[in-house]
Ligand binder design. Structure first.
Ligand code: SAH
Length: 347
């Protein structure tokens, strides 16, 4: 007999779930109860729903599945960073990272299995993009890290960055739905100000974010403000050149009044010259922004090398002289391949 494909119950909104119960001749209120089990209590199975009658649970089981993620493997770095290898219902794997600092716990989550972009310095780019993550697969990664934060650091998760595998703006709807859940009182109730979505820069989608009046923060992986250089390290820049990116970012700022963060790695022989800094300074003047200089995390063949401190100091001095805020971010979790750009399902 062919098995009927059951629907993932967590793809239903609360209203749809209430409706489902009405159609079953039950009370709409039952929908609220089940919804609470699914989202506030993170139930992994219908058996967990102890205030729902056995008959109802059996009925639910006949109609639906709960496609919960499973943390397959957890690795801990010497610096406290934790990396989760997360198994999805179809046995694909993504990675997410918990980054502890003295007063924060940050979750770095994935938005896609693999990535369709081709940044030459990023390990995830070498994995083919298999599929987008569903909203609940993104949400579950956050819940798993929140639980780990409470268990190992005695405090809840405080921040989220979409800097794991994948390009969040190429999975726009699901990422926004996940953030809705994360920020809603029925989910984790987190402030959107504590969430950063990092993008390689998809102009059309940046404008859409502004139109949708999102309240989270935006980071752009710039790495060069010169088209020729950027295209050589991020080939999709040929399709989305800096002129279009710049225009989208100006639109973003005009609508949201939210300043943009540019992520930037300085590599030897690639973007370590005075002309590179000057181009960055000019780019930063288009819209209020700050620069986050990030450490390069080598990913095998040694084609790319972090520039020396002299080049970094040049960047810092010139940016500061132009009143542009610049921060320098040290890598975390390098010993377990959990740092930016190292997520590649090695285990
Ligand atoms: N696709 C999104 C989010 C994932 S990458 C984006 O491009 O922003 C998260 C950050 O890690 C980006 O700023 C990216 O440029 C950076 N990154 C990628 N590979 C890296 C590496 N090997 N070392 C340091 N940072 C890297």
């Amino acid at each position: 007999m062919m098995e009927v494909k059951k629907k993932d119950i967590r793809a239903l909104t609360k209203a749809q779930l209430r409706n489902f119960f009405i159609k079953q001749g039950d009370k709409a209120f039952r929908g609220n109860q089940v919804y609470e089990w699914l989202w506030q209590k993170s139930a992994h199975s219908f058996e967990d729903m102890t205030n729902i009658s056995l008959d109802t649970r059996e009925m639910l089981k006949a109609h639906f599945v709960i496609n919960h993620i499973k943390v397959d493997q957890m690795q801990r770095s010497a610096d406290g960073t934790i990396k989760n290898a997360v198994r999805l219902h179809d046995d694909l794997i993504v990675e997410s990272v918990l980054i502890p600092t003295p007063n924060r716990t940050t979750a770095c989550v994935s938005s896609q299995v693999g990535c369709s972009l081709d940044c030459r310095f990023c390990a995830t780019a070498r994995l083919k993009r298999m599929r987008n993550l569903n909203p609940d697969e993104i949400y579950d990664q956050v819940v798993a890290i929140d639980n780990e934060s409470r268990l190992y650091f005695n405090r809840p998760l405080s921040n989220i960055v979409f800097m794991g595998m994948g390009e969040p703006l190429m999975n726009y709807n699901n990422v926004l739905k996940a953030i809705d859940k994360i920020t809603s009182p029925e989910g984790l109730g987190m402030s959107p100000k504590r969430i950063v979505v990092s993008t390689s820069g998809v102009p059309k989608m940046i404008k859409k974010l502004a139109d949708d009046e999102v309240k989270f923060k935006l980071a752009v992986s710039l790495h060069s403000a010169l088209d020729e250089v950027r295209t050589s390290i991020m080939p999709f820049n040929a399709t989305f050149p800096l002129k279009d990116l710049r225009e989208a970012l100006q639109y973003w700022y005009a609508k949201t009044k939210n300043r943009i963060t540019y992520e930037y790695v300085v590599w030897e022989g690639i973007n370590d010259k005075r002309k590179d800094v000057d181009a960055l300074v000019a780019f930063c003047k288009f819209a209020p922004s700050k620069v986050n200089l990030i450490e390069y995390n080598p990913i095998d063949d040694g084609e790319f090398q972090q520039a020396d401190n002299k080049a970094l100091d040049m960047y810092i001095n010139i940016l500061e002289a132009n009143n542009i805020t610049v921060t320098v971010r040290r890598s975390r979790g390098k010993d377990i391949d959990a740092a930016c750009g190292q997520l590649a399902n090695k285990t």
